[in-house]
Design a protein around this ligand. Structure first.
Ligand code: GLY
Ligand code: MN
Length: 444
């Protein structure tokens, strides 16, 4: 698919590896252990069946290596020594076996190939008590059981927020992959396709199989846009779709992009005006992804700006301040402004105050915010404001005193469009923010 910037990755990988080693040294010291042992993972089986769910590698493993499809493998790292990869390549004529390690990272590892999962034990440190073993319980080998020490994970998770230039390169590719899909999906919507067929066009354009997506595609026509995580995929198109909300990402070497766009049909001009208002607001929020910006502060700012949009467009009669205070804003914008993104679409460490397990709480009344940290260079966050017309939330608002500040006929007229969300992935730098999503759309 998209040309991988292999030369670039090759040049950037040594510094990335040095950074991961440094983080691991510090994390091991915090946990008072001598060796870091990371399991790639093992597939999970279906209940009472002989089939497995698609394999999803341990993100700690992927932080070291771009091996998204190597179940049963292990990384062993001892400070001061070369890292070792214990690589499972089974003799198996039922399945495709992982290809022999190749590429820019191989020269940095000692690699041992094993043929059965159990053979790994002989290549792991002798005393599990001296190891920090990171992985799921189903990888356990005799006497070697993941313990995921909190003191170690606190350091690694806090620092995962800071992406290396190597990681940013991967995320740029993931953004391009997602944008290919978004372009194809928009065209399919304009051509009158069903949600299911739009989804298929998305997969085709990204060259990703469904299990390789960073999260399940949200492909929502009309009112379905009001279901925040709508994943139903209707097989039949409406006679004439009026609106389209697509929240779908790309993936490259385990790194995610998370992109949302909302479109109106040409005869839904009133809805297009609201999309334009949200888009303008969203671009203002992206511009604030700068060093020292509190993310909860940005989230609360977004509530005010979005309520200004609703007031200007005739949905509410009170001030933005009043709409935030009386709960109207939470009815129309009921989720967080964004989250960290990287190896996981909702990346770890969003609430970390420090490397010792401290937590920055969410602001009162904002239970769905996933990022409470202050922005620093290297962080990549999504910025995804929305305005929705959600029946259950509107019904609840109707019973409250704040209902008098809502122009209900206008709100009623917009229920048919479902909702709007516009989402970009933005890198905080020492200077101007870098919008990975807009960059990819501009290049597509
Ligand atoms: N893209 C889905 C979400 O962020 O929840
Ligand atoms: Mn998101």
């Amino acid at each position: 698919m998209t040309a991988a910037p292999q030369d670039n990755l090759s040049a950037l990988y040594p510094a990335h590896l040095a950074e991961i080693r440094k983080r691991s040294d510090d994390a091991l010291a915090a946990a008072h252990r001598d060796h870091l042992v990371i399991a790639s993972g093992r597939p999970h089986g279906w209940f009472l069946d002989d089939q497995d769910y698609p394999f999803k590698a341990n993100p700690h493993f992927l932080h070291w290596l771009p091996l998204t499809d190597a179940p049963g493998s292990w990384i062993v790292y001892t400070p001061g020594a070369r890292p070792k990869l214990v690589f499972l390549q089974p003799h198996d004529y039922w399945h495709v076996v992982p290809a022999a390690p190749a590429g820019y990272w191989v020269e940095h590892f000692d690699i041992v190939t094993i043929r059965t999962p159990e053979q790994a034990r002989a290549h792991l440190p002798g005393d599990p008590g001296r190891c920090a073993i990171v992985g799921e319980t189903n990888v356990a080998l005799a006497g070697f059981v993941p313990d995921n020490p909190a003191a170690l994970l606190n350091v690694l998770h806090y620092r995962r927020a800071f992406k290396t230039p190597y990681e940013i390169t991967m995320m740029r590719v993931a953004s391009k992959v997602g944008v290919h899909g978004h372009r194809a999906a928009e065209k399919a919507f304009r051509d009158g396709a069903s949600e299911f067929d739009i989804h298929c066009e998305y997969l085709k354009a990204t060259r990703l199989a469904e299990h390789q997506l960073p999260y399940g595609n949200i492909i929502a026509l009309d009112q379905h846009g009001a279901v925040l995580h709508y994943m139903h995929l209707d097989r039949n198109p409406p006679a004439q779709a009026r609106s389209f909300l697509i929240d779908a990402g790309g993936q490259f070497h385990g790194y995610a992009s998370d992109i949302t766009r909302t479109y109106a049909s040409p005869d839904a001009g009133e809805f297009q005006a609201l999309i334009d208002g949200v888009e303008k607001a969203q671009q203002g929020f992206c511009a604030k992804v700068r060093v020292g910006q509190s993310y909860p502060g940005l989230h609360l700012h977004a509530h005010h700006v979005l309520m200004d949009v609703l007031r200007e467009q005739g949905f509410i009669t009170c001030s933005a301040e009043a709409a935030v205070a009386n709960g109207i804003s939470g009815t129309f914008f009921p989720h967080g402004l964004g989250h960290l993104i990287g190896l996981q679409v909702h990346d770890v460490g969003g609430f970390a105050r420090d490397e010792r397990g401290g937590v920055i709480p969410k602001p009162d009344g904002h239970p769905y915010l996933r990022l409470t940290r202050t922005l620093e260079p290297g962080m990549v966050t999504t910025v995804e404001p929305g305005i929705y017309f959600i029946d259950t939330l509107l019904d609840a608002l109707k019973t409250r005193p704040a209902a008098k500040d809502v122009v209900w006929p206008k709100v009623e007229a917009f229920r048919q469009y479902g909702g709007i969300r516009i989402e970009d992935d933005v890198l905080c730098t020492e200077g101007e923010p870098v919008n990975l999503t807009r960059e990819a759309f501009a290049a597509a």
